[in-house]
Design a protein around this ligand. Structure first.
Ligand SMILES: [Zn+2]
Length: 449
C-alpha cells in the first residue's frame, strides 16, 4: 500500500498525465427506489400526453384566444389538470401554479403585439430546510414556419410535445417518492419567440432567492431517426455552457476551470448517473451551451447564474421543426406525431428521472477551497460540513481529460492534502450520504489566505 502510494506521488511529481494513474471511477450505487420509479415510466402514457397536446392544433403563444379546444391556453388548461391530478397523489407535497405576465409588443424581439405569456409549474416540496431546488423543464408552446402565426396548425409533436410529456411523466412517477430537495416541473410558454416564459420564471426564482442548484432542460427529445435516416435510439445529447456570466476570462486563463463550470459538473453528473441506471441510453456530452443557430430554456437559467443543461435527441431532422405541415417535392414537412419514437422518449424520461431523483435525494455539493498561499507540489483542500453527508470523495483528472478518471474516498473529513500537484491536475469534491447517493462534484475555488 505504502509503495503504491509513493509510486503515485512520484508519478505526480514527474508530471505524469496518464489517466491510468488512479483507479477508474466506478459506476454509482443504484437506489432501488429510483429504479422502481424508472420502471413506472410508460411509453403509452407519453404517447397519450403528446397526442393530446398535438390535438390542440397549435400551441403558438399567439393562439391564446383560440378558445377551450384549440391553442396554447387550451393546452395550458390541460397541463394544469394533469399536474393537479398528480398533485392529488403527492400527499400534499405538490402545488401547481401558473407563472404569467403580459409581454409588451416588441417587433425586434419577435413579439408583434402585447401577449400574455403563461407557463405551467408544479412544485414538489422536499424536506430539506434549506429549500435546495432542482428544475426539470420543457416548453409547451409550438410554432410553424411563421413565428407569429397563432392561427394555422403547429403540431409541435417533437418540439416540444415530447419533452412536455416527459416532464408530466416524471412528475407522475416521482410524486410518491419522498425527496429531500424540492423539485420543480416546468412547462414554459413562448420559448419559440426567445425564451420568454423561462426567462421570466428563472428571474422570479432568482429574485425570490430560491437556491436553484440545477435545471435539467429537455427540448426535442422524441425522435430517434435523424435526417440521415439512421435510427439511434441509445444516445441522448447533453449540452452545457462553459462559463457562467460574470466570469473573468483573464482569471480563467491563469488558473483554468474553463471546463468545470457548475453546468459542466452537472452535465458530467447527468451522464454518470443516467448511464448507470437501466435507462437504455448513453449520454453524449457536448461542451457548448447549445447547437448553432438554436437556443433553449436552460440558457434562461444560465443567464441568472444557475447551473443548467439541455437534453436533445442525437440527430435532428430540421424538416420536422418550425415548418408548416405540407408535402413539397415529395418531402413531408412538419412536426408530426409519426416521427416521435415513444420508446425512445421513455428512455430519455428515465434518463432524466435517474438524475433528478438522485439530485433530490443526495446531500448538497460541498463548497470547496484549494489553498494557494504557498508554492507547493501538494493540493490542500478544505470544505464545509454538508448536512447528511457521511463521507466525501475526491475526483481527479488530468487537465487534458474531459471527464473524471479517478476517485478517492477520504472519509468523513473536511480537509485533506493530496500528493498530486494542483498545478497539473483538476479536482472535484462530492458528498456521499449513508445510502450512497452522490452529489454533483464541486470545483474548488482558489483561496490565498
Ligand atoms: Zn423547442
Amino acid at each position: 500500500m505504502r509503495s503504491s502510494r509513493s509510486l503515485l506521488a512520484a508519478c505526480a511529481l514527474l508530471l505524469c498525465s496518464s489517466a491510468g494513474a488512479g483507479a477508474q471511477v466506478p459506476a454509482p450505487q443504484l437506489d432501488p427506489a429510483i429504479t422502481a420509479a424508472l420502471a413506472k415510466i410508460s411509453a403509452a402514457e407519453l404517447r397519450a400526453t403528446d397526442e393530446r397536446l398535438v390535438a390542440f392544433g397549435t400551441r403558438s403563444t399567439f393562439s391564446e384566444g383560440a378558445g377551450a379546444k384549440r391553442g396554447v391556453f387550451a393546452a395550458r388548461a390541460y397541463l394544469l389538470e394533469r399536474f393537479r391530478a398528480v398533485a392529488r397523489r403527492s400527499g400534499g407535497r405538490m402545488t401547481v401554479a401558473l407563472d404569467s405576465y403580459t409581454q409588451a409588443a416588441d417587433p425586434k424581439k419577435r413579439i408583434p403585439r402585447d401577449v400574455v405569456i403563461s407557463s405551467v409549474v408544479a412544485t414538489l416540496k422536499g424536506d430539506d430546510p434549506t429549500g435546495r431546488t432542482y428544475v426539470m423543464s420543457s416548453h409547451y408552446d409550438s410554432r410553424n414556419s411563421n413565428n407569429d402565426d397563432g392561427v394555422h396548425d403547429a403540431p409541435g409533436a417533437d418540439d416540444n410535445g415530447s419533452a412536455t410529456a416527459a416532464v408530466v411523466e416524471a412528475a407522475r412517477v416521482l410524486a410518491g417518492v419522498p425527496l429531500h430537495a424540492t423539485v420543480i416541473f416546468a412547462c414554459f410558454d413562448s420559448e419559440e419567440q426567445g425564451l420568454f416564459g423561462s426567462a421570466h420564471f428563472a428571474k422570479t426564482l432568482k429574485d425570490a432567492h430560491v437556491d436553484v442548484q440545477g435545471d435539467l432542460n429537455n427540448d426535442i427529445v422524441g425522435a430517434s431517426v435523424g435526417d440521415d435516416g439512421v435510427k439511434r435510439d441509445d444516445i441522448v445529447r447533453i449540452f452545457s455552457e462553459a462559463l457562467p456570466p460574470g466570469t473573468d476570462p483573464a482569471r480563467v486563463n491563469v488558473i483554468g476551470g474553463e471546463n468545470d463550470s457548475p453546468s459542466r459538473e452537472l452535465a458530467r453528473f447527468a451522464k454518470e448517473t443516467g448511464d448507470a441506471y437501466p435507462t437504455g441510453l448513453h449520454g453524449m456530452l457536448v461542451y457548448r451551451a447549445d447547437r448553432f443557430l438554436r437556443g433553449g430554456d436552460h440558457e434562461s437559467f444560465n443567464a441568472e447564474g444557475f447551473a443548467a443543461i439541455r437534453y436533445v435527441e442525437p440527430v435532428e431532422n430540421f424538416n420536422h421543426q418550425h415548418q408548416d405541415v405540407r408535402v413539397e417535392n415529395g418531402v413531408q414537412y412538419g412536426d408530426l406525431l409519426q416521427y416521435v419514437d415513444f420508446d425512445y422518449l421513455a428512455k430519455v424520461t428515465r434518463y432524466n428521472v435517474a438524475s433528478l431523483a438522485t439530485l433530490a435525494l443526495a446531500p448538497a455539493s460541498p463548497k470547496v477551497s484549494v489553498l494557494t498561499k504557498a508554492l507547493t507540489n501538494d493540493t490542500a483542500l478544505t470544505w464545509n460540513v454538508v448536512p447528511r453527508a457521511v463521507r466525501y470523495e475526491i475526483l481527479r483528472r488530468s487537465t487534458t481529460d474531459p471527464t473524471w478518471t479517478s476517485v478517492e474516498d477520504v472519509g468523513n473529513v473536511n480537509a485533506t492534502v493530496l500528493h498530486f500537484s494542483k498545478d497539473n491536475w483538476l479536482f472535484g469534491i462530492r458528498s456521499v450520504d449513508a445510502e450512497g447517493h452522490l452529489s454533483v462534484a464541486a470545483y474548488p475555488a482558489p483561496v490565498r489566505t
